[in-house]
Design a protein around this ligand. Structure first.
Ligand code: ATP
Ligand code: MG
Length: 410
């Protein structure tokens, strides 16, 4: 249905003039054929970038030259951005620095892409074009380099990680043998890549459902050491596999990285530096780890109560829902309790639906009861909160106002 969206059809209408054609390419075509959601839509065209700019403007669309020199113009149509890239071909292949020129040949454009399943095109009517034989591979969910794997990797070492990333996301069965041999041989090339490019692929890789198997192959091929700050033992696969079993879908990349790193806060800081993670990701990663380790410590101390209704309410109150869930998953993966563990299963279900506990007294309540704004109020709020927590969330507003007044000696 994204193909018939008026915003996209307007782009086709603006650019398909004379001999020029526009086709959707890459992830959008691949995911649609797999029946998976489509996040962004990339377009290819025979028209040169300056022509794309002019035609978009003439049709009242908003073209932004986001990568003009390598042929990319982002056209904003009805608020939706479409990346339009002019067909390219290599004149001389020497990696990403290859001399490229704009072309009009779909076959050559396809041959510059990485994997056969990523080189499928669709025109405005939905007709699919497959210049390099990607459809059978897509059907078999097999990630295959276009052309000679070693040569394609030497052009851009990021393709090593993309090979594993697409396998983790869409592959089934064994990795392509020729591809695996080639990426293994070329692994030292990873050290030439920027942390940002590695980080982008790694986030998608670790959060793919069932990533543990792929990560284990990367480890065995000696590749993981190039992307993580610290060499990983075998525990992370077990933990990641435990996570795969219980939370195949919707898992935060930060949680997966925390599990994979298999260290403490210090190791996570190193990994965050190494991958240039954002502050938000760094915080989330460390918070998942700390929430998870706290749960695990209490379980190991024999406090089964952490997973009962009250313990869960406290987790929710202290960490918020997303982190409480991540913490639980982290602890679950770490203690390797197995996907059948009834206590964890129930706890996860409850954490997802339980209402967030809200402290029943407010600052205004306490001021009305005689507290002075400022440090006095802060102290009394804290007091009310600990009384409330100690009562197992049972004490209500009236009781808390009364008791916090007594305790502070009014
Ligand atoms: P996603 O859904 O994760 O965005 P995608 O297939 O759209 O998947 P992108 O990284 O957005 O992946 O790249 C878009 C397309 O550009 C790919 O499908 C591929 O054809 C081509 N491409 C991207 N990066 C490379 C690369 N490093 N080498 C060769 N081709 C690439
Ligand atoms: Mg994409």
């Amino acid at each position: 249905d994204w193909l018939v969206a008026p915003s996209l059809q307007a782009v086709f209408a603006a650019l398909e003039t004379g001999d020029d054609r526009v086709r959707v390419v890459g992830g959008a075509v691949r995911n649609t054929l797999l029946g998976l959601p489509v996040t962004d839509i990339d377009l290819s065209t025979t028209a040169e970038p300056s022509v794309v700019m002019a035609r978009a403007k003439a049709h009242g669309l908003k073209p932004v030259p986001t990568g003009f020199d390598h042929g990319t113009v982002t056209i904003v149509s009805d608020g939706v951005p479409y990346e339009v890239t002019t067909l390219r071909e290599d004149v001389e292949t020497h990696g990403r620095s290859a001399t490229v020129r704009f072309g009009r040949n779909w076959q050559h454009d396809a041959e510059r892409r990485d994997f056969t399943m990523n080189a499928l095109y669709a025109d405005r009517d939905g007709t699919v074009f497959d210049p390099v034989g990607g459809l059978p591979d897509l059907k078999a969910r097999h990630v295959r380099f276009i052309g000679d794997a070693s040569r394609r990797i030497a052009e851009d070492y990021l393709r090593i990680l993309r090979f594993f990333r697409f396998h983790a996301q869409y592959g089934v069965g064994e990795l392509n043998a020729e591809g695996l041999r080639a990426v293994t041989e070329a692994r030292a090339g990873l050290s030439h890549l920027s942390a940002e490019r590695i980080g982008m692929e790694l986030r998608k890789l670790v959060s793919a459902p069932g990533a543990a198997d792929t990560v284990e192959v990367m480890h065995d091929a000696g590749i993981l050491q190039y992307v993580l700050a610290t060499p990983a033992g075998t525990k992370p696969f077990r933990a990641l596999r435990a996570l795969d079993a219980v939370a195949a879908e919707s898992r935060d990349p930060a949680l997966c990285l925390a599990i994979l790193s298999d260290g403490g806060t210090r190791e996570l800081q190193q990994l965050a530096d190494h991958l240039r993670l954002s502050n938000a990701e760094r915080k989330r990663m460390i918070a998942s780890l700390e929430a998870g380790r706290a749960i695990r410590a209490r379980l190991e101390a024999g406090e089964r109560g952490v997973l009962d209704e009250l313990g869960l309410a406290e987790l929710l109150y202290r960490h918020g829902r997303a982190l409480a869930v991540d913490g639980l998953l982290y602890a679950w993966a770490e203690v390797d309790a197995g996907p059948e563990d009834a206590g964890f299963l129930r706890a996860l279900e409850r954490l997802r639906v339980m209402p967030l506990p809200v402290l029943p007294v407010s600052g205004a309540d306490l001021i009305a009861a005689g507290a002075r704004p400022g440090p006095d109020l802060g102290r009394r709020l804290k007091q009310a909160e600990s009384l409330w927590l100690a009562s197992g969330f049972r004490k209500d507003r009236v009781a808390l106002i009364a008791e916090s007044a007594e305790r502070t000696g009014d």
